[in-house]
Every structure is written in C-alpha cells, then in structure tokens.
Design a protein around this ligand. Sequence first.
Ligand code: TRP
Ligand code: SF4
Length: 346
Amino acid sequence: MKKRVLSAMRPTGPLHLGHMAGALSNFVKLQNDENYECFYSIADWHALMSNYADSANTGEYCYTALLDWLAVGIDPEKSPVFIQSHVPQHAELALALGMITPLGWLYRNPTYKEQIENIKNKDLGTYAFLGYPVLMAADILLYRASLVPVGEDQSAHLELSRETVRRFNNFFGEDLLVEPQPLFTQTPKVPGTDGRKMSKSYGNALEISESADSMWQKLRTMMTDPARMRRSDPGDPEKCPVWDLHKVFNPDDSEKKEICEGCKSAGIGCIDCKKKLNAHIQDMMTPVRERRAKYEGKKSLLDEILADGAERAGKVARQTMSTIYPAMGLLVNPKRLWLRNICDRI
Ligand code: TRP
Ligand code: SF4
C-alpha cells in the first residue's frame, strides 16, 4: 500500500530557485519514490483569500505554476496535478468542516495573527481569510492523505487539520477522516541578489523561467561580502550570499574548498567565483529549460493535463464526499448521480 501524499501551492506568480531548492525538489523526490502516491494541487481559492482585491491574474498564474512544476520534473502521469477550484468538493468539504471548527482555533492560529499584524497593504479581515486553515484541511482530508510535505511555516495549519479530523470524527463517525502527518521539508537558505531571503516580493529572485543570460546578469551584480571592496581585499565567505548559493547549488566539494580558501586569501575574484556558481546553476537549469520548452505556449496541452488531473483527483474527492454527506445526516440528492452510485455501494 502506497502512502498518499497531498501538497499544494498558491498560484501567486513565477516560482524561483528558492522554491526549486525547497518545496519543488521535494515534490519531485516524493513523486519518484515507489512508496508514495502524490497529488499536487494549485490552490487558487487560497490565492484569492489574500489577493481577492487584485485577482485578475489568478487564472494566468495557474498556468505559470503548472509550467514551473512541469519544468522542474513533476510528472502529471505519476502525480495528478490539478487546480483546486476544478474539484468542487474542496469547497464543499471546507463548508462541512466549518460546521465544527471553533472560532477560537482560527483566531488563535499564529499564522493568522502574524499576517493580520504584518500585512497592512490589504484588508485581510475577511471570513475566508480567517478560514484559510479550514480550506487547507479540506484539501488534505478530501484525499485521505497520510502525509503532507510542507515548510515549518505551515505546521500550525497542519496541526489544525489534525484537530479538525479528531473533532469531526467524534461528531460524525470514527475513521471518517484520516489524520495527516506533516512531512517537514528541509528548506536550505537561498538568498536573493540583495542578500535577503529570495522572495518575489523583495524583487531579488532568480526565477525558474528566466533565461541563462538574465540569470547571469543578476548573479554578476549580486551582493557579496560587503567588506571585500577591492579585488585585493580578502573576503569572508560566511558573510557572502554568493557563498550561500554555492552551498546549495554547487555539488563540487573540492571546487568549493578552493573558492573558500581563495576568497579568504584574495586568490580568487568575486566575478570568477560567480562564474563558477553560474556554471553549476546553468547545468542544473538545462534539463529544466528543455522540459519547459515542451509545454510552453501549448495551452491545450496544459489544459489536458489539468483536466486529467482534476478527473483523477475528483474520483477520490467524490468517494470521500459520498461518505461525508450521509454521515452528517444530510439527505443525498438523488439526481446527483455520483453521490448516489457510490452511496448505494457502501
Ligand atoms: N497554505 C499553503 C502555503 O501557503 C498552501 C496550501 C494550500 C497547502 N492547501 C494546502 C499546502 C494543502 C499543503 C496542503 O504554502
Ligand atoms: Fe563572495 Fe565569492 Fe566574492 Fe568571496 S569570492 S566574497 S564568496 S563572491
């Protein structure tokens, strides 16, 4: 029996090398491991929860996310890839879970408190935003996923999903929903060109979809150890974000040793150091760009992938919902055939 894995990302724009070294490489690793069956969702409803006032790009960003995913090696044959809103049972189960979710859990959620405090350029005081973890729980529970790869930042949300399962099963029936376990992804430190954490909102990112040329222009002018003003000044790699990128993207240990020593003795210049880094990044990106080229601009191919993903995900989602409706005491709509057919068999 394979373990079911569910993860999702919000479509908020082009993904970058930080995503690739963290979440995405882990998605690919899990997908290629015989022990797992992975479902990957593009959480467009979740994107709307914070971007509802500026939502026109959400659909386009779903294609952006899909292309980035395919480029890094997510294989839609192995792992259904689908848009959250294309499987309407996500919204249905979120509503159902909302029946039993205490408001206190949501108000106490540290991620909610932190975001309400810190994000001042949009009004996040909405019903949907408060309920973000309820929809996220629905995403996971719909597939009876046992494992959820997420970053540490999502651990409060995962815990809320687990508590929701316990409370829901208590009300409506043992083993109705499955408690998911978090699979915390190691996210290496990936700084952007200004030395801060790589992030679209800082404008310091190297995007997965970027050309080799454009990446090199960014690396060439990237911040280094600020104490190393002249070529003849020795540097300290531990104070240099370029070195952090070597640690993540340069697999050649003996070259890294040379760079480290060369930096400290002023034996190597920053441009040479960056050229070596660039060579490794471009090596890594070559197959990524090749895969991307197979899909880029082919909307109908992308739509087929998404339709197939939604169909495969929908099968599981409908199966789960067919147990939820009667367990909650709802009368099953006799015209809603998928619900009837499955219910009759149970
Ligand atoms: N909340 C996650 C994030 O912001 C995205 C997400 C939505 C998710 N639904 C999910 C992650 C289900 C894991 C499982 O990163
Ligand atoms: Fe940074 Fe490399 Fe320059 Fe040293 S040589 S300061 S590690 S860019």
